[in-house]
Design a protein around this ligand. Structure first.
Ligand SMILES: Nc1nc2c(c(=O)[nH]1)N[C@H]1C(S)=C(S)[C@@H](COP(=O)(O)OP(=O)(O)OC[C@H]3O[C@@H](n4cnc5c(=O)[nH]c(N)nc54)[C@H](O)[C@@H]3O)O[C@H]1N2
Ligand SMILES: Nc1nc2c(c(=O)[nH]1)N[C@H]1C(S)=C(S)[C@@H](COP(=O)(O)OP(=O)(O)OC[C@H]3O[C@@H](n4cnc5c(=O)[nH]c(N)nc54)[C@H](O)[C@@H]3O)O[C@H]1N2
Ligand SMILES: [Mo]
Length: 755
């Protein structure tokens, strides 16, 4: 067993600094060489360059550093894509799928870029080269043979550009289904639902500048040092302007604690800015109780000095449901809430003291909040708190769901959604002369079940790694294996290519950093970042193979091969120049006036956002207070609650390396972080090997051979890495209303086994 390799070091006190620069150079030069690597880094996140394919954190509107804006993990994302290694037909001839499947995700990713379309005939053991035409015809034939378009599933990951996403949904809807599940279903869907219902828009309200004006920034369930490193620069600037930071997390995440800005000399020398002022080591899923406790204490202060704590004008003019909400809040029991979240009344009081006279408050959150059964209610509880303080729709305040994939928000704006709104469908019908299907399609969890149950049999993915990203890996694998055809538009090889339907195709596409030349002209695409800015993205690198097609071109050719003369859409027009795609987006979706012109302006443009402008697009035009109970997850004596999280060396299912530097864990990913008490109770030592079990719904799920690592995590809480632990996440354990898999609260037991 590999625990001989595991090395446990100290948890780092601050993020980034010189080690981040060293890592950056190592990764980029190692994969892409000096010249190509430098070219890529240098144009990443410049106003005329390409959008980082990493996270969706925004670029500063004005002053960007001379050297592009990027971070260690953005550089890793680019190294992954800019690699010069490629997979030739000879590679696939040499390596049977069975053999490739024995490699780790890390090893699979290292193999290189996919360089030509590949086909797996029924019963074959190896992928074989196929021409693009033949590939499109095969998909078209398979789609046209289905007895209903609803038997096909069209997944999207969040790197897809606006242009490709718009065409993709247009094709899928003209073909006849709304089966457009996307990674958002597993990510910020809970935020979209909660914010949509409470505030009338499913997106956050803050701009980057708001950070510099905020008095308090609360960060819940998010690990920015690893997953949104450039957010640390914003937090550093916020601190310099006097902001206080409250971090709510079961783990003392390094990036929350301190930051050595590698773009400043002080930072390079390892001189840190402490970030968090108040750290609340909450128990997993304790956030609802915490937020209620804070609300309760603030209400008590408000009682003592009416009008001094709550923003009465704002509440009166812009909200509804206040009285009922307060009525419910009054009945809470502080000690009970304190127990439920694992935070002492003293610390809760410290937080309330800090907040009581502040009005400019920003709340940021990510997967630690969205991937729970009660995620939607918890996020609405954040909104409740902001509403009490009038902290929405003014400078320095508001909601900040920090998005994951670099264009996940844009894909949704473009209509990648299984539950499209009426207005959107009407616009499609009016502009494109066909009736799009009205009934809802499948989201991710529903899609898995439909394939498993034989109700869907063709699976097409625009990017992503469906098998590894989704819950209940073995169940999902069985679902994919039941398909007649699985198709992946991909840049890199991943596990989803190896667990396939009767026939399978891999269609290699250009990545963000690749030059995209159509008709002899360099094309641009565009993306929407976490704060609703639309920006252009233009690749600069020579593609590793001249057989790669761009995603927009792939969609057009797929549409032509499938719909033929029955299509009402002029796909050839889009194949001339992507400006035509943007013109049609502009005609269909609000906020894109003068798209082609404005997207070419330095820094791009903001989409309209009603909250930011101080209004609420709900039916009553008011923001809603929401009342929901706290729910405690009951654990048996031997059970633990497990969250599945990201290490510092991965982007979702792409594994860059085996280290989790900030947490001090090296050379091993199959680890389970445990509290000492929980280890002692089970007579476990550091380095012991355990099998982890989940029994949700009476089904036994096992993850074999994880190494125990003692860690400062609250009792009864544990952590493992995604995607290794996804075998344990039950497909039937989902968030209410958003149907997001509950990846952060898996009930498990552990059993010691021989190493
Ligand atoms: N380098 C890199 N960047 C990325 C990604 C990546 O994999 N690598 N992924 C991208 C994507 S798609 C996304 S969605 C984001 C994800 O960004 P994050 O949401 O930061 O990612 P996770 O690792 O899932 O971290 C969840 C955090 O929530 C905490 N947490 C877990 N459960 C709870 C809870 O019940 N309550 C509270 N308060 N905290 C909890 C965990 O300790 C952890 O710090 O990052 C994006 N950026
Ligand atoms: N247990 C657990 N499960 C989770 C999560 C968790 O926290 N815990 N997080 C969830 C979240 S937040 C998300 S967003 C999902 C992520 O789910 P996905 O988006 O499906 O997964 P990724 O790992 O981001 O996809 C990586 C693959 O995308 C392809 N790719 C990369 N760039 C491009 C491109 O430009 N174009 C195309 N066509 N393909 C490209 C490559 O082949 C690569 O292998 O996972 C979810 N799953
Ligand atoms: Mo995500």
């Amino acid at each position: 067993m590999s625990n001989k390799k595991l090395r446990i070091g100290k948890i780092k006190k601050s993020a980034a600094g010189l080690p981040a620069i060293v890592e950056t150079i190592k990764q980029v030069v190692g994969e892409a060489g000096v010249t190509r690597g430098w070219k890529a880094l240098n144009s990443m996140n410049r106003k005329d360059g390409f959008d980082c394919p990493g996270c969706a954190w925004p670029d500063p509107d004005d002053d960007r550093s001379a050297l592009g804006e990027y971070c260690e993990n953005g550089a890793k994302a680019i190294a992954e894509e800019a690699t010069l290694k490629k997979l030739t037909p000879a590679f696939f001839a040499q390596h049977a799928i069975e053999d490739l499947a024995t490699l780790s995700d890390y090893e699979i990713g290292r193999k290189g870029r996919i360089a030509q379309p590949m086909f797996l005939p029924q019963g074959a053991s190896n992928y074989q080269p196929i021409s693009w035409n033949e590939a499109f015809n095969k998909i078209g034939t398979a789609l046209n043979q289905l007895s209903s378009p609803d038997e096909a599933i069209f997944y999207t990951s969040g790197r897809t550009s606006n242009e490709a996403a718009f065409l993709y949904q247009l094709f899928v809807r003209e073909y006849g289904t709304n089966n457009l599940p996307d990674c958002s279903n597993m990510c910020h869907e809970s935020s979209g639902v909660a914010l949509g219902e409470s505030l009338g828009i499913g997106k956050g309200s803050v701009k980057l500048e708001d950070f510099y004006e905020a008095e308090v920034i609360i960060i819940l369930g998010q690990n920015p040092g690893t997953n949104h490193p450039r957010m640390l620069t914003a937090l550093q600037k916020a601190k310099a302007n006097g902001a206080r930071i409250i971090a709510v997390n079961p783990l003392p995440e390094t990036g929350l604690m301190g930051f050595s800005n590698p773009q400043q000399v002080k930072g390079l020398l390892g001189i840190d800015t402490p970030l968090t002022d108040i750290f609340l080591p909450i128990v997993i899923n304790g956030d609802m109780a915490l937020l209620k406790a804070i609300g309760y204490l603030l209400w008590q202060y408000e009682q003592q000095q009416p009008g001094s704590v709550f923003d009465r004008d704002f509440i009166r003019n812009h909200t509804e449901g206040y009285d009922a909400f307060i009525n419910d809040l009054q009945q809470q029991d502080l000690d009970h809430l304190s127990q439920a979240c694992g935070i002492s009344v003293t610390q809760l009081t410290e937080v309330a003291e800090l907040l009581k006279n502040k009005t400019r408050i920003i709340a940021c959150w990510a997967m630690g909040l969205t991937q729970h059964v009660n995620a939607v209610d918890t996020i609405k509880e954040i909104v409740n708190l902001l509403l009490l303080k009038g902290s929405i729709g003014k400078p320095g305040a508001g909601t900040c769901p920090v998005r994951g994939h670099s264009n996940v928000q844009g894909d949704r704006t473009m209509g990648i959604y299984e539950k499209p709104g009426e207005q959107f469908l009407n616009n499609i019908a009016a502009n494109f002369n066909f009736q799009p299907p009205q009934h809802h399609g499948y989201d991710v969890v529903e899609a898995i079940k439909a394939m498993h149950g034989g109700r869907a049999s063709v699976f097409i993915a625009m990017g992503g790694n469906f098998l590894s990203a989704t819950p209940d890996t073995n169940y999902t694998a069985a679902a994919l294996r039941r398909c007649t055809l699985t198709v992946h538009v991909s840049t890199k090889l991943n596990r989803s290519h190896l667990v396939h339907g009767a026939e399978a195709l891999i269609l290699p596409c250009l990545g963000r950093s690749d030059k995209d030349i159509v008709n002899g002209e360099e094309q641009i695409v565009s993306c929407e970042n976490s704060m609703g800015v639309i920006q252009l993205s233009k690749g600069v690198l020579e593609p590793v193979s001249n057989e790669l097609l761009s995603e927009p071109v792939i969609v057009c050719r797929l549409a032509k091969a499938t719909l033929g003369s029955r299509s009402k859409i002029d796909w050839d027009k889009y194949l001339q120049n992507y400006d035509h795609i943007r013109n049609d987006i502009e005609r269909t979706i609000a906020g894109f006036t003068d798209y082609n012109k404005r997207v070419r302006e330095p820094g791009g443009f903001y989409l309209p956002n009603c909250n930011r402008e101080g209004s609420f697009n709900t039916t009553s035009k008011k923001a809603h207070f929401n009342i929901a109970p706290i729910t405690t997850i009951k654990l048996e004596e031997n059970e633990l609650l497990m969250m599945t999280i990201r290490s510092h060396d991965q982007f979702n299912t792409t594994i860059y390396g085996l280290n989790d530097r900030y947490r001090g864990i090296y050379q091993e990913r199959r680890v389970i972080l445990m509290n000492r008490q929980d280890m002692d109770r089970r007579q476990l030592q550091q380095g012991d090997v355990v099998d982890i079990y989940n029994h949700h719904g009476g089904v036994e799920r096992v993850a074999h051979k994880f190494i125990v690592v003692p860690y400062p995590i609250p009792p009864k809480c544990t952590a493992t890495y995604f995607p290794e632990a996804n075998v344990l996440v039950p497909v039937n354990s989902v968030a209410k209303k958003s149907n997001t898999p509950v990846s952060k609260a898996v009930v498990v037991t552990v059993k010691k086994v021989d190493a």
